[in-house]
Design a protein around this ligand. Structure first.
Ligand SMILES: Cc1cc2nc3c(=O)[nH]c(=O)nc-3n(C[C@H](O)[C@H](O)[C@H](O)COP(=O)(O)OP(=O)(O)OC[C@H]3O[C@@H](n4cnc5c(N)ncnc54)[C@H](O)[C@@H]3O)c2cc1C
Length: 410
């Protein structure tokens, strides 16, 4: 079996793995990017890139953000339309004041295009060696090194970063945890043409149907005149249903009184596809002897919104900062990698706690109806929801019972 030696092995060239590699490029660390697929690879997603994604991208060296803005096919997004179970809606702009010519605060960009754009950036760095089309099947570590094995090859490194998604082989090889269903959401999406009544300003739409709570149905305008539409549902709720995800999707677009009229002339392009989202409600060690976990492999998806790309990239950025120090000290013990876990918790713990309380509250259709009704009539409430996307203190407000009591009587 052929053997290859590197300093850092990264498994998975999604947003988490690429962000880590690009932030370490040029530091002298010899990086192997090990990816099972061949890019441009297929990825099931809602394709919504939030401000978090853009902020991390702005800090990646090499004008990555500017090139993304100028070179990649995408739709700008200026806000969210929330539709409550009672069918009332509220438009919540991402920005309270918008200047002429200002870049959008968010985008909808097909993952095949976005991920391929990030992947292409890797090729600009000679110290990143890309190994595509080889699946890592086992990861073993000993006191001196870590080894990632494919069917025909062995890749050896000082440390390994598992950025290999929800079914991470790095996590499974190093930890043997059985994770409760309540920490997973399942999402299904399809691309459709001829969907009616799209938002005039390309706001993304989150439609809270009673049968999906605390999940929602989404309609996101996409490139090529298509729409990315689908829904997310907690895994434990799906187990209670008699139907599978495709049947539920079909039923919603054919029969739901709010959605069906908009899909009456629509046609699906390709097929509807589903995948799992690992939620940030699951707490475990995202590091150990000679390994760290990033993105979906580390359960970093927002428990309420289902957003995972920005968090995956943020974990890549944090990992790069920590690993630089590990390489200086030439120490990859569990103790020396603990600061990664600490930084990750500092960055996400409060946010995930808050969003999981909001996720619990979102089981109540009545509460949704109340918030959306007030937001549609009351500018202050709408502005509060706008601020929720950038301000953790505002998010915390939404978890307190007093907030809803005041709303009721306002
Ligand atoms: C239906 C759905 C809709 C979603 N919508 C949104 C959205 O609109 N906005 C948002 O922010 N998030 C969304 N998410 C979440 C988002 O897709 C993920 O959180 C994000 O892709 C995580 O990035 P990552 O880099 O951690 O993992 P991934 O993007 O999954 O990348 C992992 C990479 O690892 C590779 N890999 C896996 N196993 C191996 C192996 N054994 N060997 C080698 N390579 C391997 C894979 O091929 C892949 O390229 C959605 C998820 C789903 C399922």
């Amino acid at each position: 079996m052929a053997t290859y030696e590197f300093d850092l092995l990264i498994v998975g060239a999604g947003p988490a793995g690429c962000t880590l590699a690009l932030n370490l490029a040029g530091t002298g660390i010899r990086i192997a990017m090990l990816e099972k697929d061949v890019f441009p690879r297929h990825k099931i997603c809602g394709d919504a890139l939030s401000g978090k994604v853009l902020n991390v991208m702005k800090r990646i060296p090499g004008n990555v953000y500017e090139r993304f803005i100028n070179e990649v096919d995408k739709i700008p997004s200026w806000g969210i339309r929330f539709t409550a179970p009672n069918h009332h809606f509220a438009d919540v702009p991402f920005l309270l004041n918008r200047d002429e010519g200002q870049p959008a605060p968010g985008y909808i960009c097909r993952r095949n295009d976005f991920d391929n754009f990030m992947f292409e950036r890797l090729k600009e760095h000679p110290d990143i060696q890309i190994i595509e089309g080889e699946k890592i099947e086992l990861v073993i570590s000993d006191p001196d090194q870590v080894v990632a094995k494919t069917q025909n090859h062995e890749y050896r490194g000082k440390v390994i970063a598992g950025a290999d998604g929800v079914h991470s082989i790095v996590r499974k090889s190093q930890q043997n945890n059985l994770v409760d269903k309540k920490h997973f959401c399942l999402g299904i999406r399809g691309y459709f043409e001829n969907v009616g009544d799209l938002h005039p300003e390309n706001f993304i739409e989150l439609i809270f149907l009673k049968r999906l709570l605390p999940g929602y149905f989404w309609i996101f305008p996409s490139t090529g005149g298509l729409v990315n539409a689908g829904f997310g549902m907690m895994q434990n709720r799906i187990s209670e249903c008699r139907e599978n995800l495709s049947q539920i999707l079909k039923d919603i677009i054919s029969n739901d009184p709010l959605i069906a009229p908009r899909f009456s002339k629509a046609r699906i392009v390709g097929k509807a596809e589903a995948h799992t989202l690992p939620l940030g409600t699951y707490k475990f060690n995202q590091f150990g002897h000679r390994y760290i976990l990033l993105g979906d492999a580390a359960f970093l998806v927002d428990p309420f919104s289902g957003e995972g790309i920005g968090n995956a990239m943020a974990s890549g950025e944090i990992a790069a900062a920590i690993l630089k120090q590990n390489f200086i000290n030439n120490d990859f013990s569990a103790d020396s990698l603990k600061p990664y876990d600490t930084r990750l918790r500092r960055r996400f713990s409060q946010e995930f706690r808050t969003m999981s309380v909001i996720q619990h509250l979102a089981h109540s259709a009545g509460l949704f109806n109340l918030v959306v009704d007030k937001a549609s009539k009351n500018r202050a409430v709408s502005e509060l929801l706008t601020a929720m996307y950038s301000n953790d203190n505002i998010r915390k407000k939404l978890t307190r019972p007093g907030f809803y009591m005041r709303l009721l009587f306002s």
